[in-house]
Design a protein around this ligand. Sequence first.
Ligand SMILES: [Fe+2]
Length: 178
Amino acid sequence: MNPISIGLTEEQRQGVVKLLNTDLSDAYLLVIKTKKYHWDVIGPQFRTLHELWDQHYEAISMNIDAIAERVRMLGGYPIGTAKGFEENATLNEHPGDLPSADEMVRRLVADHEQIIRNLRDHVDQAGEKFHDEGTADFLTGLMEQHEEMAWMLRSFVEGTTLTPSGDRETDLKVPAAV
Ligand SMILES: [Fe+2]
């Protein structure tokens, strides 16, 4: 078979494959955690969170397939074992506990933010260190999706209280409208 000739060296492709396999592992852990909370959540926001987490599960599952297939496009092999995902992920699991809905949301916000920080670094590495602009663009798209999911979740646990004047109780300084 002809060697892959797409303007990237073997070393560059291997470097990017390593980044992608880390992102794949984190996506796998996050999709498991998201589905578990979809099952376990109780409380007044049950229906909203139950449905939101199903949507996030579907979106992350699509991303998992896209990440793994990009690894193959670059001539590598995606990690494909539960043990391998756990060993290569940067996220942590919380086995054996049943947190409150708010705590579930906070944990998932932290996980999405961890993934966003990783992806931001991997975008830089893919583009600058390995000259793979295709992967940098692909990872930028993933990062934007996680930014949106993190915002949706963050909105559940901040700014829920209104003052008697109807203002939102917050430490944030919001510029006045002009
Ligand atoms: Fe379900």
